[in-house]
Write a protein that binds this ligand. Sequence first.
Ligand code: ADP
Ligand code: GLC
Length: 479
Amino acid sequence: MKTVLFAASEGLPFIKSGGLADVVGSLPQSLKQCGYEVRIVLPYYKKIRDKFADKLEYIGNRQIYSGWINEPANYYQSVVDGITYYFVEHYGYFGRDQLYGYDDDSARFGFFQKAVLELLYHINWYPDIIHTHDWHTGMIPLMCHALYGSDWRFEKIKHVYTIHNLAFQGNFHESVLNNCLGLDYRYYQDGSVRFDNGISFMKSGLVYADKITTVSPTYSHEILTSEYGERMEEVLRYRHDDLWGIVNGINTNEWNPKEDKLLAKNYNAKAWINGKKANKRALQQELGLEVKDDVMLIGLVSRLTNQKGVYMITEKMNEIMSLNVQFCILGTGEENAENSFKWLEHNYKGRAVYYCGYNEELAHRVYAGSDLFLMPSIYEPCGIGQLIAMHYGALPLVRETGGLKDTVKPYNQYTGEGNGFSFWSKNPNDMMYTIRWASEQYYLNKDGWKQLVSNAMNTDVSWDNSARLYSELYKQLTD
Ligand code: ADP
Ligand code: GLC
């Protein structure tokens, strides 16, 4: 059986700040069905310790020498649904409240990446493939090659690097190369990891991995352009032949309106009308919205950042509220956006509500209780929100970019085809026009709406197809 190690900075069920954790927590299960043994390694954050300490088994430690770093890593393990998770513990680096955003992130993730490679000695297990994700693990292909390449067990390992978000690049001062990663300065001099007169963990992944993937076909094309390339487009064009776009799926066991215990009432793709109604009422009650059936409830579950198009929403929120709608927002992020939504709730008591925070359980109920799910992202590598929304019968209204374009088929009123609504430009008027049009369908074209909800709930959002594509990719490297 071929073996794969996933190295990532977050993964469910242990730790999540966004869609990366959804992917790392669910794709391995489907790869298992395709015949791979996948194990996962994550940093042991404080949030993991607070919630899961009693479920993790200590399996020993190793001294990590990485440039100036000379510190022990404690290793833990836990098996969930037949998948082994490893955790790298270092109290100073990871025993903190947040996952990212510290001044010493270069040292934290430098230590992590070296500790991932040392873990292989420790457990005496050398996978066929190391599959790394985003900048936090982007140096692993180079480190494996440069620091361990003389050992055939490491030498034979192939590397797949997945871009989940090209905007976060892990760019640091060039001294990090030597100080935190123990790598020769020549990788800066030869330009391979150099970026903006410093070094970039993201770029290193793009240069040194055997194959690169990103999380939707459309994003894989977009990032070759200067509009979406985040100044990595040249490198990506150079690696174009090795770049695959594979769309994400969701964990349909975890996200399943048929069995979801967090909902007021369960429902399925065949019989959803009463279930959606009951969940809408329960959500209205829970959040202090006026309890009524015949109103279109718009949901938003998101990081509130520019990426997600929040400024289009805040610009148009009064116009949105001028329609006969209720608006429920769950998310945290940029202060301006948070303040706007606080103001919105205050001004439209009973019709708009803003839950400022991260709340996994409430998210389930927002997806189940909403009619329309707003996701007008400026760019979106894939997007998990719209997939969950469709599966829960909330029609996504999205901007046609990245994975949103690949997964949401806009309503065609003549053929009845589609599973949501979409618009193309970054002009908030176009978003508003589409929201208005969607609300007309909701109120005036009830049969069309029902058809759309059924289409959405019947859309295949599982990992089945995509896991097969990953397995094809792995095969190209290992056969
Ligand atoms: P990104 O990873 O860019 O934030 P995705 O759409 O890929 O966007 O994934 C976001 C994930 O995080 C989804 O599973 C969504 O439900 C979840 N999420 C985002 N914000 C919140 C929140 N405030 N509370 C609960 N879940 C959230
Ligand atoms: C990133 C992207 C998002 C994607 C997720 C998982 O957070 O912003 O579009 O769905 O990664 O791949």
